[in-house]
Design a protein around this ligand. Structure first.
Ligand code: SPV
Ligand code: MG
Length: 292
């Protein structure tokens, strides 16, 4: 079952098809993303941290993230790309972490070249310290050696642009990580226009596909990205949690303002809709078949 999901991503890469991955922070948000037609789920550390109301800075334990990935992977049929931040330590930690994520049902991991504990990328003035290139190559090699299914993808994330180190350093790191065995390179940018990313993509001479997270430069559409030809996945990094926060804030404020739920009820998904999302139909089938 899982090896099939792994192949979906791998095949998209080899066929040069652009995959879309929507962030999720729990199985319900993953199911909604699947129902909406996204090709994959992004097991976002930012979203999970936000859902626990803590910063995205390795405050949550690896176990907390891992268990959420297991719950998500067992709920959806599309591949899960797990965000393992910096790999929770050095190459030794990575060697132990990869089989756990694979067994949890992820089809790929993204590991970034920052120091542990990391700071979140999109915050202005975050602590963005990178590890040495050789050290990160060792972590990628450890990840590749630790996977059991060769179709389980190891995606290396370059944070040089986030750290303000410029395109040359970002390209150097991307190529070094490809050489170490990475199946794709995620290049992240927090610039408010796509120029920085477009320049990187144009200059990219590697053979493996790139992965983009256009949160900071939303003007860049999927059609634009597909046209670039070098990008394998576009990740929508935090739109599930932002949508949820915005919707809750609006409804909670309305209820307080009105002194009751009389004006919000008609605009909310019905209880029946939620029961459907809980997988009620499946449970009723089980009831009909086995309850005596
Ligand atoms: C995440 O969603 O956890 C990411 C993407 O890593 S970002 O928050 O943009 O760094
Ligand atoms: Mg993250």
């Amino acid at each position: 079952m899982n090896s099939k999901k792994n192949q979906v991503l791998k095949e998209a890469f080899s066929q040069g098809r652009l995959m879309t991955a929507m962030a999720a922070h729990n199985p319900l948000s993953a199911r909604l993303a699947q129902d909406a037609g996204f090709g994959a789920i992004w097991g976002s550390g930012f979203e999970l941290s936000a859902s626990y109301a803590v910063p995205d800075a390795n405050i949550l334990s690896m176990g907390t993230h891992l268990e959420m990935m297991r719950a998500i992977a067992s709920t959806v049929d599309i591949p899960l790309i797990a965000d393992i931040d910096t790999g929770f330590g050095n190459a030794v930690n990575v060697s132990y972490v990869i089989p756990l994520y694979e067994a949890a049902g992820a089809s790929a991991i993204v590991m970034e070249d920052k120091t542990f504990p990391k700071d979140t990328s999109l915050r202005a003035d975050g602590r963005q310290e990178l590890v040495r290139i050789e050290e990160f190559q060792g972590k990628i090699e450890a990840a590749c050696a630790a996977r059991r299914d060769p179709d389980f993808l190891i995606i290396a994330r370059v944070e040089a642009l986030i750290a303000g180190l410029g395109q040359e350093e970002a390209l150097k790191r991307g190529l070094a990580y490809e050489q170490a065995g990475a199946d794709a390179i995620l290049i992240h940018s927090k610039q408010a226009t796509p120029d920085q990313i477009l320049s990187f993509v144009q200059a990219w001479t590697g053979k493996v596909p790139l992965v983009l997270v256009p949160t900071a430069y939303p003007q860049l559409t999927e059609a634009d990205i597909a046209q670039l030809g070098k990008v394998g996945v576009v990740i929508y990094g935090n739109h599930a949690i932002r949508a949820a926060v915005g919707a809750m804030q609006a409804v909670f404020a309305q209820i307080r303002q009105d002194g009751g739920i009389q004006n919000v009820d008609a605009n909310l998904p019905s209880v029946k809709t939620i029961i459907g999302l809980q997988g009620d139909a499946h449970m009723r089938q089980i009831e009909a078949r086995f309850l005596r």
